[in-house]
Design a protein around this ligand. Structure first.
Ligand code: SAM
Length: 446
């Protein structure tokens, strides 16, 4: 809690003593936000970053609000900072964004702490302390405009560079739903090893599709949920659970999971009874895959290799290629993807996806099945890649996905028997949405 004392003689001015916990959590939140602004992937602060659970929850709330409202905060900043963001100024930008998130979008947290602690935080940063006056002035101006800023046009929430293509692909209503989904975030989806009604009850979960259940809790550490230690489920968005279900091969088939870490789909393939080889090029992510499999009691073969050059000794009955992509479909949990992706960056991934698909064919038996999927909302990484593959890889034919394979989610099947999900789509009785995913199923001519 903030300590407040009135300044004698002036009832409008109060001086604040920095509350060490409030200041510390802001300093840590600012460091995390700074690294995300610098291009890193967002992951919420954990107990190792900030031991106190309440402080951690508050710090994470500040960071996620700053990221979800990034577009609106950009618009506010362009009004407030006439000369733009001061260059090479340490944590200045991160502290300012966190404080604007609090002032404008989290009014329940109070304005005074946003202002005072921002200035105190800046004074503790050698690269930014000379800007404490600017911080103070900018936040005071923001405070007097906060009601107007709070009513700001939601059109600023999503970057224009991406929305243009989305409106064409999904229509205006869906894109308005994307903005809502960005603000509300995502529920917690789990894939269950077995659909035990007692476990589902104990989790307080609701079945939404196949073996995915949904929990509305968004803050509880997953390790504390029933069944975690026993490896009875793993965290995986509903949409992410669709591709592995569509492989549709007999039990015991030899399946290669390309780009497998951290292993959500690997676990589904093992659960389906296939003989699974999980491959990824990233050793750190493979360590996580191994840990995840150990918790679940699953034992796929694990290979560290570059999927663009992998040349195995045997051919596989089925291949799942969950290709690296722009990940724009995951913006509910990773709002930063909206602001990190340039057109050139997406074009680079399109090229890599083609190389991976081409090389995957070298490992596929004639008559075998290839699932290609991406967690992207961009047609260039999805629908357009199918057109490219059918032209460039004459061995491949489409194996259309049938409505009976997607009970309750038939609406996700689009022309040519492809699957397309997006965050404004609903499943079951839940209005919690799902990630944007694209899935195509091919057969190799045999
Ligand atoms: C979308 S993630 C995979 C998620 C995973 N399939 C799951 O369900 O948990 C993409 C993965 O591709 C891997 N990757 C990127 N380039 C690769 C390459 N050339 N060869 C193999 N893996 C690659 C990354 O390390 C990353 O783990």
């Amino acid at each position: 809690m903030m300590m407040v004392r009135a300044v004698p003689g002036d009832k409008n001015i109060v001086a604040y003593k920095p509350d060490p916990a409030g200041l510390k959590l802001r300093l840590i939140a600012a460091q995390r936000l700074k690294s995300v602004l610098g291009g890193e992937h967002f992951s919420p602060l954990g107990a190792a970053d900030l031991a106190d659970g309440r402080d951690r929850a508050l710090a994470n709330r500040l960071i996620t609000t700053a990221l979800r409202r990034h577009g609106q905060i950009n618009a506010i900043l362009s009004e407030l900072l006439e000369k733009g963001m001061p260059p090479r100024s340490g944590t200045f930008e991160a502290v300012l964004r966190l404080s604007l998130a609090q002032l404008v979008f989290l009014p329940d947290l109070g304005a005074h702490s946003a202002l005072f602690l921002a200035v105190e935080a800046i004074k503790r940063d050698n690269k930014a302390r000379h800007l404490s006056g600017l911080m103070n002035a900018v936040l005071r101006k923001a405070q007097s405009n906060s009601a107007r800023y709070g009513l700001m046009d939601e059109g600023n929430l999503l970057p224009a560079q991406l929305t243009e293509g989305w409106v064409k692909a999904y229509g205006n209503d869906a894109v308005a739903g994307f903005a809502d989904a960005l603000i509300s975030g995502a529920p917690l989806d789990l894939t269950l090893r077995d659909m035990d009604p007692d476990l589902i009850d104990a989790l307080g979960a609701e079945p939404v599709f196949a073996d995915t259940v949904r929990l509305e809790t968004r803050d509880r550490p997953v390790e504390a949920l029933p069944g975690y230690d026993e490896g009875r489920w793993w965290v995986q968005d509903l949409a992410s659970a669709i591709p592995a279900l569509l492989l549709d091969l007999p039990g015991g088939s030899d399946v290669l999971d390309l780009c497998a870490a951290p292993g959500g789909k690997t676990a589904q393939l093992v659960k389906a009874g296939y003989k699974v080889t999980a491959l990824d090029s990233d050793a750190t992510r493979l360590t996580r895959l191994r840990e995840n499999m150990a918790r679940l009691g699953y034992a796929p073969e694990v290979v560290e290799a570059d999927a663009a050059h992998y040349d195995p000794a045997r051919l596989f009955d089925g291949i799942l290629l969950d290709a690296p992509c722009s990940a724009t479909g995951t913006f509910r949990r990773h709002p930063e993807v909206l602001w990190h992706r340039s057109a050139a960056d997406i074009a680079g991934r399109v090229k890599l996806q083609r190389a991976l698909m081409t090389n995957a064919l070298r490992s596929l038996k004639p008559g075998g099945t290839l699932i290609y999927c991406v967690c992207s909302l961009e047609a260039t990484e999805g629908e357009d890649q199918v057109d490219w593959a059918l032209g460039a890889l004459p061995d491949l034919v489409l194996a259309p996905i049938r409505p009976e394979e997607m009970p309750g989610l038939e609406a996700a099947i689009v022309p040519k028997g492809l699957v397309r999900t997006h965050p404004a789509m609903t499943a079951g009785n839940s209005d919690g949405g799902m990630d944007g995913f694209f899935v195509a199923r091919f057969k190799r001519n045999g």
